[in-house]
Design a protein around this ligand. Structure first.
Ligand SMILES: [Zn+2]
Length: 314
């Protein structure tokens, strides 16, 4: 079944901006080539970050994997960029550079910017692709005996990193400059606004979501046998669609009434962090909870989509 899906490309909305490369296009490039812009979802984030020694200074580096409908690639983030990505969130990343070590990957440069974008669809076939670093980390969890091996790998990795960096003094200087600039800007993450307010209105409803791309379905006939996803086009059994609560919250910000979209992913994260999953049995219980709690800290992006919600009473 997966093989069939790989070749499909149903009415996917290509970005208007032709300078935006797909992951597949990036994977066709050569090491050291520049990538102006990619739009992709972070599908995996390294558990911690790694300190790399470089010219007497320790540099923090963290890997993530990003994907779109065409493929998946590793991205190395440096210094201040590390805190700008979260797993499951889609971003526009600019000014990256292609590197090669255990396959092609991307590294951030001094000009790299990271902004939250609308959700990028990732077919399950792509999401399941395993890249090497990810495999490494899974093994680490499973068997501790591998630790020594891991250390060797890490050392190898550090050496490799040093090699790359020594070749590219200029780039490193650029990253340093960038870190300085970012320390000043750290307070406000680009494109993300934070409000600390009570929720003054909420409307939630159940929707069926595609198990492949997570998009909600507007027209869903529960009595049908199969249903074609309105977003990714995959034709699937009705039972494979997940019942999810999604909706809108209203928050007063000064004199402005904000209307924010609450996705089921963000809602589920909030409910599970507060051990409130059982409220999902009745969507009205969730609505009541939001009106009763009081203060919330809500972060939302430029498209008025909530990216993080937490209670503000801590
Ligand atoms: Zn879908």
């Amino acid at each position: 079944m997966l093989e069939v899906l790989v070749s499909l490309d149903f009415g996917y909305k290509e970005p208007n901006d032709c300078s935006t490369l797909t992951v597949a296009q990036v994977l066709a490039l050569q090491p050291k080539q520049k990538v102006g812009k990619i739009k992709a979802k972070v599908v995996w984030l390294q558990a911690g970050s790694k300190l790399v020694n470089f010219r007497g200074r320790q540099k923090e580096v963290k890997d993530c994997h990003v994907a779109d409908h065409t493929g998946k690639i590793r991205v190395s983030l440096w210094g201040g960029l590390i805190g700008k990505v979260a797993q499951g969130v889609s971003y526009v990343l600019t000014d990256l550079s292609v590197r090669e070590w255990r396959g092609l990957y991307l590294t951030a440069t001094m000009n790299t910017t990271i902004q939250v974008s609308e959700e990028v669809l990732v077919p399950e076939s792509v999401a399941r692709q395993q890249l090497e670093v990810e495999q490494q980390e899974e093994e680490e969890v499973e068997q501790e005996e591998v630790e020594q091996q891991e250390e060797e790998v890490e050392q190898e990795e550090v050496e490799q990193q040093l090699e790359v960096e020594q070749e590219e003094v200029e780039q490193q200087e650029e990253v340093e400059q960038q870190e300085e600039v970012e320390q000043e800007e750290e307070v406000e993450q680009e494109g993300i606004t934070t409000v600390r307010e009570p929720v003054c209105g909420i409307q939630l409803a159940y929707q069926r979501q595609c198990s492949s791309c997570n998009e909600g379905q507007l027209a869903f006939n529960i009595k049908a046998i199969n249903h074609r996803c309105e977003a990714c086009g995959f034709y699937q059994k009705v039972g494979s669609y997940v019942k999810a609560a999604t909706g809108t919250v209203w928050v007063n910000k000064g004199n402005v009434k904000l209307t924010l979209k609450l996705t089921s992913t963000v809602l589920m994260t909030y409910l599970s962090q507060n051990n409130l999953q059982e409220l999902l049995a009745d969507v009205q219980l969730v609505e009541e909870h939001f009106l009763e709690v009081g203060m919330f800290v809500i972060q939302y992006n430029a498209n008025n989509v909530v990216v993080v919600v937490t209670t503000g009473n801590v």
